[in-house]
Design a protein around this ligand. Structure first.
Ligand SMILES: C[S@@+](CC[C@H](N)C(=O)[O-])C[C@H]1O[C@@H](n2cnc3c(N)ncnc32)[C@H](O)[C@@H]1O
Length: 295
């Protein structure tokens, strides 16, 4: 493995050395610095560097007063984003199914905060659109085990294999229902109204019209005093890593214009409908809306 000696280098000089290395060798390398230099930049700075250059940050090696920070290039072809569109793009055989958001603080922390902010424990009926294998309900169950059994959870997804998986993993829970259905055909299920809607990484899908879907959901599926949590991916999943920055089709770099535009639309619409709206998060941006209308 090539070692790049970057002692006494500024961050801009380190960036230049990494760029030069990667332009000639697409292979793992080590950055060698003193322990005090690494601590003064902070490890988070090198995690950002790894993200910028699509690298995996591996366990550093200590060598006397030096540290070797190890980086491995990601296989950018190993990504569910590159897979063709179908209802099974996110099914149990897909590479999406292998990703583990529950291992990422930057997802789980903000989801937990959004649930708390939207007062999930006082909600009686919770609808999740794009539930996939049911993880977003599992997190609620783990966070609030004493409330979970007295609430009703309904999950929708058009991936038959993901819904089958969710049904099996919640089979002992009589209060959890999963339907394999296209969100565009939601009305055919006659589900009634809910006092919380959750949809993460789904409403921007090419299979849906974000604006009309959101308006339809708010007008026909939410109770007057209901709450909404929408999660917008601001990351790309590459070779098992969550890389900061929204993906836009046909761009090989991250571009935040679409996610900002979509969140802004949702925020404005919900404010007009008398919701208090907050936007938080990092790799997933969470819009939380709580109604200020009277029930
Ligand atoms: C990117 S995944 C997100 C899944 C999960 N919420 C998460 O964040 O891990 C999008 C999910 O929405 C589902 N989906 C996309 N378009 C849909 C549609 N029109 N109707 C029903 N499900 C849809 C996909 O099958 C997939 O499970």
């Amino acid at each position: 493995m090539k070692t790049l000696n970057v002692q006494n280098c500024s961050l801009l000089e380190i960036i230049k050395k990494v760029e030069e290395h990667l332009s000639s060798h697409k292979e793992s390398f080590a950055l060698k610095l003193t322990l005090s230099e690494v601590e003064s930049f902070g490890y988070a700075s090198f995690i950002d560097l790894a993200q910028n250059f699509l690298l995996r940050f591996k366990t550093p090696q200590v060598e006397g007063e030096y540290i070797n920070l190890l980086f491995e290039p990601l296989n950018s072809n190993n990504s569910f984003h590159t897979q063709s569109n179908s209802s099974e793009k996110y099914g149990i055989k897909s590479s999406f199914f292998q990703i583990q958001k529950e291992k990422k603080f930057s997802f789980l922390y903000y989801y937990k905060e959004a649930l708390k902010h939207a007062k999930v424990t006082v909600r009686k009926r919770i609808l999740n659109l794009g539930i996939n294998r049911g993880d977003e309900f599992k997190h609620i169950q783990k966070l609030y085990p004493n409330h979970f059994n007295s609430q009703e959870f309904v999950g929708i997804d058009f991936s038959a294999s993901a819904i089958d998986y969710a049904q099996k993993s919640f089979k002992k829970k009589k209060n959890c229902h999963f339907y394999c259905e296209d969100i565009n055909n939601l009305d055919s299920l006659n589900l009634g109204r809910f006092d919380m809607l959750i949809s993460i990484g789904t409403l921007q899908s090419s299979t849906l019209n974000l604006k009309t879907t959101l308006m339809h959901l708010v007008q026909n599926y939410l109770t007057k005093d209901g709450a909404i949590i929408l999660g917008f991916p601001n990351c790309r999943w590459i070779d098992g890593e969550m890389i900061y920055g929204a993906r836009v089709p046909n761009y090989n770099f991250s571009e935040l214009g679409t996610v900002i535009k979509d969140i802004y639309f949702c925020k404005k619409y919900l404010q007009q409908k008398k919701f208090r709206v907050t936007i938080t998060g990092k790799d997933y941006l969470f819009l939380t809306a709580t109604s200020i209308r009277k029930a």
